[in-house]
Design a protein around this ligand. Structure first.
Ligand code: FES
Length: 318
């Protein structure tokens, strides 16, 4: 399952706001990078052992460059801290080709983009694409403080009044009120949200409780607070002919690896989809933030880094 990586050079690093570094990447061979569309992300190989996913944030019309905005988050598992410390202009790194699990539906009459903190990055690509298509949109950017918010100058210069800023410490009148922002509820309004998981849960549930169809509420989690512990169960790896018990505080990935079966992983938080696997028998207990509701209900796929089993046994196509 190993994919061809792309060698790139960091052509520019700009530190913005309190803890956001903006990186521009260009192909090492000088060619254009693969084209991408709004909502796409890439894998960044931070070290031989650390691969992280980051949304692209530049205008998709320009594939000479990929631009990333990365928050230095000491509370995360080390990827962003290593990037802030070690990635400088001129450094050569490897990335994947773009993938898109967060596509934009350009048929919508009205589009509402909501970025929480560094979740603004995919919203920028969407704003560029909507503007190029002549589509109406509004972009709500929510941050703790003005000084923590990256991309403010660009948002003002490029999108003007389409952007509404909301800061936690700047008084009641300007705080984000999703119910007010989303009204009226119409069938041709689409909402997109990206940001910290608690913020996203709030925005998504507000939209759904207001009456928006689930298919019109689009989201991409970049981290998740998932409790992946639970009752022990058996996993049979059909292709390998191996059966393992997954302990109460163990993930399926850990149990399989202990039995010598290597599973490709990346985020290890149930958000990127790298460890997706077909289920041949049994009922998964989905704990990830990657599969949508319909895919969960089908119960024929499972995210191995965090999900568990409702049945006593799962047979997997691995
Ligand atoms: S490794 Fe990302 S979802 Fe499992």
């Amino acid at each position: 399952m190993s994919e061809q990586l792309i060698d790139v050079v960091i052509s520019k690093r700009e530190d913005q706001a309190d803890a956001v570094a903006v990186f521009e990447l260009m192909a090492k061979d000088g060619n254009n990078l693969p084209a991408f569309d709004a909502g796409s992300h890439i894998d960044v190989h931070v070290t031989p052992d650390i691969v992280r996913q980051y949304s692209l944030s530049n205008d998709p019309d320009n594939s000479a460059v990929y631009r990333l905005g990365i928050l230095n988050d000491p509370a995360s598992r080390g990827g962003s801290v290593a990037i802030h410390k070690n990635f400088h202009t001129g450094a050569e790194i490897q990335i994947s080709a773009p993938r898109n699990h967060f596509p934009l539906d350009l048929s919508a009459e009205r589009t509402i983009l909501v970025g929480g903190g560094i979740g603004i990055t995919p919203m920028l690509t969407m704003a560029y694409t909507l503007r190029a298509a002549g589509k109406a949109f509004e972009l709500h950017y929510c941050c703790r403080t003005r000084s923590s918010a990256g991309f403010l100058d660009e948002l003002a210069a490029e999108f003007g009044d389409c952007v509404k800023l909301h800061f936690d410490d700047e008084g009641d009148g300007q705080r984000f009120d999703p119910q007010g922002a989303f009204a009226p509820v119409t069938a041709d309004t689409h909402i997109y949200v990206c940001g910290p998981s608690g913020f996203m849960d709030w925005v998504i549930s507000t939209a759904e409780n207001a009456g928006f169809d689930k298919h019109n509420v689009h989201f991409e989690y970049f981290n998740a607070d998932i409790d992946s512990s639970g009752k022990a169960f058996e996993v049979v790896a059909e292709q390998s002919g191996v059966s393992v018990m997954v302990g109460e505080n163990q993930t399926i990935v850990e149990a399989l690896e202990a039995a010598g079966i290597k599973v490709d992983v990346s985020c290890e938080q149930g958000v990127c989809g790298t460890c997706l696997c077909d289920v041949l028998e049994g009922t998964p207990d989905h704990k990830d933030k990657f599969l949508n509701e319909e895919e969960r209900e089908d119960n024929d796929q499972i995210i191995l880094c965090c999900s568990r089993a409702k049945s006593s046994k799962l047979v997997l196509d691995i």
